[in-house]
Design a protein around this ligand. Structure first.
Ligand code: KG4
Ligand code: ZN
Length: 357
């Protein structure tokens, strides 16, 4: 089964051809990082215009690199949420038109489920139940996955996603966009114990994440110590390096601590850590330590498949198409699309949460 995957939910236009759900014949990613860098973050209107320019050439390139004709494709999988509305609509409209023209099935895929499937490639088969930490610029979720296609939300962020915290704090420190890789690079030579940043606890007792307090703590630290970041590309001050190390330590500890507690409670057979922040070596090392302690394997995507890509969308779509699922031409973009389908956890969250640092 040859599936064409299409991803355009944020600032990457991507297309991939995947055979039988686990063999990548091609995976093309056109990143818009340079376009958005001057603004320090993604500008939605610019992103959708760029997707519109890129989508057709990127799909053609993916087909050519895979050595297949468009007529060889058996189905199309496209991200239809969550994400930026204008960006999503470009991929969804393109996929629908192409599938209609070719008279082949197509399926809408939840972007977060796509990240889950990114570990299908280059890892042994996932054993269920699994516990999956999906951690990126837009999302920070911990899911219990009792069997393929079933997701129970265990933890989510109440405010910023972990990648968003990396990006916003990097901006405050005068480091470039995206912030995650910039902070990781500096943190390698910093002392994570020098400045201890807090980890938020949620007052209603839910095992959720919160990262906006960390942003405030860094801003307060800079103000109280009268530290002004250099933004002219000059030499980076020692304190910036230690702040970067402290920030990374706080984010990684928060993520891994919650994952470990849930793993002890739920006894999964596999841990999965995916999404853009899974590129982070400190997170990988800390997750491996938890996995070793608990005697279970942890799977990560390769770095190419950690950030947004279309191979993971094709893999998720293949599983759905093989199970007989199909989308209709009324498929549209859903910016707030949820993945949880096992039990609606949010209904139990009655009282308003407060964050304690
Ligand atoms: O999965 P992704 O490409 O897009 C979303 O779905 O959001 O993730 C992008 C995020 C950005 O916030 C970026 O700063 C973060 O992943 N990121 C990292 C690293 N590489 C990318 N965060 C920490 N360390 C990294 N090495
Ligand atoms: Zn993503």
């Amino acid at each position: 089964m040859l599936i064409l995957g299409i991803e355009s939910s944020c600032d990457e236009t991507a297309a991939a051809v995947v055979r039988d759900g686990n063999e990548i014949l091609s995976s093309i990613i056109s990143s818009q990082i340079d376009l958005h860098r001057p603004y320090g973050g993604v500008v939605p209107e610019l992103a959708s215009r760029e997707h519109l320019e890129n989508i057709d050439p990127i799909v053609r390139e993916a087909l050519a690199k895979a050595g297949v004709e468009v007529s060889d494709i058996d189905g199309i999988a496209v991200t239809n949420g969550p994400g930026l509305i204008g960006s999503l609509l470009v991929g969804v409209s393109y996929a629908k038109a192409l599938a209609y023209g070719l008279d082949i099935p197509f399926i809408g895929v939840n972007h977060i489920e796509g990240h889950f499937y990114s570990v299908i490639f280059e890892n042994p088969p996932i054993e269920f139940p699994a516990l999956a930490l999906i951690v990126s610029g837009g999302h920070t979720n911990l899911f219990y996955v009792p069997e393929e296609g079933e997701y129970k939300l265990i933890s989510r962020t109440r405010d910023d996603a972990a990648g968003e915290a990396f990006d916003k704090i990097a901006k405050m420190l005068g480091l470039g966009y995206p912030g995650g890789p910039a902070i990781e690079r500096l943190a390698r030579s910093g002392d994570p114990k020098k400045i201890k940043f807090p980890i938020a606890k949620i007052s209603d007792g839910r095992p959720d994440f919160s990262f906006s307090g960390l942003k405030t703590a860094v801003s307060r630290y800079l103000r109280e110590n009268e530290l002004v970041p250099t933004s002219d590309g000059g030499e980076i001050a020692r304190w910036t390096i230690d702040v970067a190390a402290g920030v990374q330590e706080s984010i990684v500890r928060s993520l891994v601590r919650t994952m470990e507690k849930a793993a002890i409670d739920l006894s999964p057979k596999t841990l999965i850590v995916a999404g853009g922040v899974a590129c982070n070596e400190a997170l990988r090392t800390a997750s491996k330590a938890v996995a070793t302690k608990l005697g279970i394997p942890v799977y990560f995507p390769t770095k190419h498949l950690s950030t947004d890509n279309a191979a993971m969308i094709a893999a998720a779509g293949t599983a759905k198409l093989m199970a007989g699922e199909r989308s209709g031409l009324d498929l549209t973009a859903d910016i707030t699309m949820r993945l949880q389908n096992f039990e609606n956890e949010d209904l139990t969250l009655k009282k308003k949460a407060r964050y304690r640092l």
